[in-house]
Ligand binder design. Structure first.
Ligand code: ATP
Length: 257
């Protein structure tokens, strides 16, 4: 079997005294889209921050292409091929769309190819081309999300970490953005680790998923099988079968597997 591009082994990460994730182990196959589902505060963003070097884990290992990367500086991790689209997008209000894309390529020396990559981003996201010289503060939420994704892709990552790209967007825009994510995965071969509360859209485009509850992974399976699990359907998709309608509640962790 091919070695996964990313492997987390028994990760624990904290904010001061607050332990946010514990015993998290997961794998992402090269070229795949893998999702981590979980409700507010489950620890999804913490997983991504630990991978991209924003947070140092207290315990455990993060391997990228077989190399141990935890404890390394975030800019070194970007250079290894991991880009992070954070929750909240972290757009600079006064910089133009074009300046954001140039900024995304800051680790690169190949100016000509950078130019071509910017045009490729404009082809994926035509609205960004139309807004090329506008300040980012003039963009809508959906356009800002597109800009954050395009900026991250300008580093030519092998692995893209996406933190809730659906947050605050209309269903139509969510669909549009996810269609582009799937296209980029297929056409560029970029591996994606996607954390989401919107399980329906995440499982529709990912091949494999993990469910995180209060900092621990409680379930992992192919998206197809997760979509068939009653707990996932009921809790994340709001779909109740006849058998569960009425009295069943969210099952606790030990009942998941
Ligand atoms: P959300 O979808 O709301 O962002 P999440 O699943 O991404 O949720 P995290 O942001 O990873 O969850 O947070 C996990 C836990 O860590 C939560 O209990 C949260 O309150 C806590 N936490 C997150 N960031 C900080 C911080 N900077 N300082 C202290 N605690 C934090």
């Amino acid at each position: 079997m091919n070695e996964p591009i990313l492997r987390l082994v028994n990760i624990e990460s904290s904010y001061g005294p607050v332990r946010a994730i514990r015993g998290v182990s997961l794998e992402v196959a090269r070229g795949a889209i893998v999702t981590v589902l979980g409700t507010n505060g489950a620890g999804k963003s913490t997983i991504l921050k630990t991978i991209s070097g924003i947070l140092d884990p207290d315990k455990g290992q993060v391997f990228f292409e077989g190399q141990l990367i935890n404890g390394k500086p975030a800019n070194w991790i970007v250079r290894q091929g991991i880009s992070h689209v954070p929750e909240g997008r972290e757009i600079f209000p006064l910089l133009t769309v074009h300046e954001h894309l140039l900024m995304g390529a800051y680790t690169r020396m190949d100016a000509d190819v950078v130019k071509r990559d910017i045009e490729r981003m404009y082809a994926y996201f035509p609205i960004l081309k139309a807004r090329r010289d506008q300040e980012a503060q003039q963009l809508s939420g959906g356009e800002q999300q597109m800009l954050a994704i395009a900026r991250a892709l300008m580093a030519r990552p092998k692995l893209l970490l996406l933190d809730e790209p659906s947050l605050g967007l209309s269903p139509k825009l969510v669909k549009e953005i996810f269609e582009i994510i799937v296209r980029i995965n297929a056409e560029e071969g970029t591996t994606m680790l996607l954390v989401e509360q919107n399980a329906a859209i995440a499982l529709a485009c990912a091949q494999f998923g993990y469910v995180l509850e209060v900092g621990r992974i409680v379930l992992e399976d192919t998206s197809e099988r997760l979509l068939q699990k009653e707990d996932v359907r009921e809790f994340f998709l709001g779909m109740k079968s006849d058998a569960v309608r009425g009295e069943r509640r969210w099952k606790r962790k030990k009942q998941w597997r």
